[in-house]
Design a protein around this ligand. Structure first.
Ligand SMILES: Cc1cc2nc3c(=O)[nH]c(=O)nc-3n(C[C@H](O)[C@H](O)[C@H](O)COP(=O)(O)OP(=O)(O)OC[C@H]3O[C@@H](n4cnc5c(N)ncnc54)[C@H](O)[C@@H]3O)c2cc1C
Length: 449
């Protein structure tokens, strides 16, 4: 880089939840930060109520200044799409606020602290020198240089995808794995429809189905339906699904229930830390759009990431080895949680309603287990656990056997998460990643049969 060019400590692409928070947290430490977003200033952030786990929120040093929190939600219900089944997660408290207001607050605070924002500026590529990422290129061809480049561009993954492909070609030759990786991310844009349904209490509702997820937000007795369709699982349109939900929910049934259904697609990173480069949030496949957990997971990642960035800048070492620490730490904290959401629910979904009822009624699946899964405390099943469950389910031995075999496979997957290489070294990491894809593939096949 020529000395005349301006160089930033950190370049951030995207001012969604992660980009805005990161910009603020780095700017207040005095770092030279520049942020790009292709949207107009007034279009930043969705006008959407979001829920963050109170514990994670409070532990986040990044958000201590954000006091504009509406209130705390003490009950979260997860409903099946026909509203006949729900799980209530009462032990977990959520803070609730408007995402657009939050992002605007973070942007304004970051600007006050000295960060530079460029709206209506689309970034098209990372700029590399040798194996280092040293800057970004705008659509107009302008190059901006930085010591650390962070991709916060959400599902667009504008920088990550370029760097990933490079790495994939070198390290993962199997087309099958590459295809699996990309096919996991086809999500149709969501649509919003308003409908009047009366629900009791101050709670947050989330509906699940095999093909889609619908968030329901209650405000002034109006529930807004927000549907996301996974294109891998259905050809239906989000609007058609939403209408169906509204029609079905006319005879709404709020009785406590015993089932849980959702198809979750969890995405994992290939190369999300490189020399001088990191990605976070949706861009880093850390979030799971099919749950209400996305922003909580982003928040966990943000806490780790800002410390790793400050440490790397201070030590003047933005090598992949130092930056990789961030992903290892994230996996240690949240990897199993992501795996549990995908694997456990896939297994549950592979049983029909009757068999599910059997599994619940015999205590082979319990609400407590699902609860623990959400709290990232889903335990390994020991041989003794299997034995107890086996005897509980003796009256339908075929269903019990199939369920327990599925749980065993989940155990392998969980076990694999404990083996992620602690230090970044491409070879063991890619071996780990491929094995992980393989384990999920075998598991999914098992669930489909
Ligand atoms: C359909 C859907 C529904 C979801 N629902 C929930 C939910 O209910 N609860 C939850 O917690 N999480 C949910 N998530 C997950 C949620 O998206 C993440 O938790 C989090 O909002 C991701 O934030 P982010 O900052 O990574 O990306 P985003 O919020 O998507 O921000 C990306 C930003 O980057 C900008 N950008 C993109 N490309 C470029 C470019 N080339 N140049 C410049 N700027 C660019 C965009 O304009 C945007 O402002 C959902 C995700 C999806 C996809």
């Amino acid at each position: 880089m020529s000395k005349k060019e301006e160089q930033y400590d950190v370049i951030i692409v995207g001012t969604g939840f992660t980009g805005a928070t990161l910009a603020f947290s780095l700017a207040i430490t005095g770092k030279k930060v520049i942020v790009f977003d292709k949207k107009k200033r007034e279009e930043i952030g969705q006008d959407q109520i979001i829920y963050l786990d109170k514990k994670i929120f409070n532990s986040s040093k990044l958000l201590q200044t954000y006091k504009d929190i509406e209130n705390v939600v003490r009950k979260t219900f997860f409903y099946s799409s026909d509203l006949n089944f729900s799980i209530s997660l009462q032990k977990r408290e959520y803070v609730r606020f408007n995402l657009k207001e939050y992002i605007n607050y973070m942007v304004e605070s970051a600007i006050k602290a000295g960060a530079k924002f460029n709206f209506e500026t689309e970034i098209t590529d990372p700029v590399g020198r040798g194996q280092w990422v040293i800057g970004v290129k705008t659509k107009e061809g302008k190059i901006v240089n930085g010591k650390i480049i962070v991709d916060c561009s959400g599902t667009e993954r504008i920088l990550t995808k370029n760097i990933e492909i490079l790495d994939l070609n070198i390290k993962i030759s199997s087309k099958e794995y590459v295809d699996t990786f990309y096919s996991r991310n086809k999500i149709e844009k969501s649509e919003k429809i308003l409908n009047q349904i009366q629900l009791e209490g101050d709670s947050f509702y989330c509906l699940f189905d095999r093909e889609f997820v619908t968030n329901v937000e209650k405000e002034n007795n109006t529930l807004s339906f927000f549907t996301v369709v996974n294109k891998n699982l259905t050809k239906r349109k989000a609007k058609a699904v939403t209408n169906e939900i509204i029609n079905r929910s006319k005879g709404i049934n709020l009785s406590p229930i015993n089932s849980f259904s959702e198809k979750v697609v969890v995405r994992r990173p290939i190369t999300l830390a490189w020399y001088g480069f990191l990605s976070i949030g949706e861009a880093a496949f850390q979030t799971n759009p099919f749950t209400v957990e996305g922003k909580n997971l982003s928040l966990i990642a943000l806490n780790i990431l800002s410390e790793v960035i400050l440490d790397a800048l201070q030590k003047k070492e933005v090598s992949i080895y130092r930056l990789w620490k961030y992903h290892v730490e994230f996996f240690k904290i949240a990897g199993r949680h992501l795996a549990a959401l995908e694997a456990f629910r896939s297994l549950i979904l592979s049983f029909d309603k009757e068999k599910l009822y059997f599994l619940f009624s015999k205590g082979l699946i319990s609400k407590a287990e699902i609860h623990r899964m959400f709290l990232n405390k889903y335990p390994k099943q020991t041989f003794f656990d299997f034995l107890v469950k086996f005897f509980k389910g003796l009256t339908d031995i075929k269903t019990t056997y199939r369920f327990l075999k599925g749980l065993r496979k989940i155990n392998y997957i969980f076990n694999h998460y404990t083996k992620i290489p602690k230090e970044y070294d491409p070879k063991p990491y890619h071996d780990w990643y491929i094995k992980q894809l393989y384990l999920f593939k075998v598991f999914k096949k098992y669930c489909q049969n």
